[in-house]
Design a protein. Structure first.
Length: 95
């Protein structure tokens, strides 16, 4: 989606959106390998923060007329729900 943004956004919105989006799975992966519950939850919380940052950039791109947001927001919501459920399971388990 960000490939269609104006060139003037290369080092601004395009870069920020891509960094936030890449941070989500990277933090999930890192948290997955952590042994302690607190460490796991910290990385999953960082991933959730990056999801919210991505949500903002999607809305901004839409408002600036750079993109039509639809499926991207649906996928973001799904990942957010899954990550929240996974975090809750870890909190409530005898991990």
């Amino acid at each position: 989606m960000s490939e269609r943004f104006p060139q003037k956004e290369t080092y601004a919105l395009t870069s920020q959106l891509r960094r936030a989006a890449m941070s989500v799975p990277a933090n999930i992966a890192e948290g997955f390998k952590k042994r302690g519950v607190r460490d796991k939850l910290r990385y999953f919380n960082i991933a959730q923060g990056s999801l919210e940052e991505s949500r903002y950039y999607f809305i901004l791109a839409r408002d600036l007329g750079y993109a039509v947001i639809g499926d991207e927001m649906d996928r973001l919501e799904e990942v957010s729900r899954l990550l929240e459920a996974y975090s809750s399971t870890i909190v409530n388990s005898e991990f």
